[in-house]
Design a protein around this ligand. Sequence first.
Ligand code: HSE
Length: 285
Amino acid sequence: METVKAPATSANLGSGFDVFGVALDRPADVIRVERASETTIEVTGVGSQYIPEDPDKNVVGAVAEALDAPARIRIDKGVRPSSGLGSSAASSAGAALALNALYDRGYSRSELVPIAAEGEAVVSGEAHADNVAPALLGGFTVAREGAVTTVETDISLVACLPEIAVSTRDARRVVPSRAEMDDVVHTVGSAATLTVGMCRSDPELVGRGMDERLVTPARSELITGYGGVRSAALDAGATGVTVSGAGPSVLAVCYRRDRRRVAAAMLDGFDDAGVQARAYQTSVG
Ligand code: HSE
């Protein structure tokens, strides 16, 4: 038997749509695998009632098939589905690591990224690596056309998860298909600033680099209370705020000393909008 803990992740970070990702040091899924003649899946934990156990419909079924590794797979969800915190990626990445070890397949963590991304295709229709890359490799990751670069960093974050669901498919439908050159230039500048900030573990640069006008404005409309939560976090000391992944979680970057205050302000912001929420005080893991 193999047991793996697979972390939540946040993709995009505003300016790095479908490219940037970070591993979070909480919450996490726990995946247990045992050899079997055919794959079966049991799901427990947060939001498990919404997750199919049919291997053809569950992300880990695709991973088991890609590794030719049939197993009894038990997933204890710590990362809520449709949260914007890489729930499916945590399960995919955890299953890829566990099955790779169980069957001695010998793949490196980097080689497992495209295999785990196959699982992502089951839920979003496309094989994104921006959540599975940090789930497997940790730190801040830049995933572009099959190549992944990773950077270790020390950045504090608050991920605030409201009790609403936004599916990745719906959140991708609102992304504009065209952009103005001014907005593209602005986004490139932000992405470069954020990357330097991660390399320097500098929350000011990371926060400034989250600013983006291409994807976040349309997506934030899907999150009840987003404007108020964002303002509250910035007033409490956050250096930047954006939508986490496809939403509805809202991600704030801050100095470690401000994390508790930022988390409380974000919860108050959702409360003012009549939405219950949970805040994870976390950091890039
Ligand atoms: N980059 C993806 C998105 C993450 O924002 O749609 C969710 O898979």
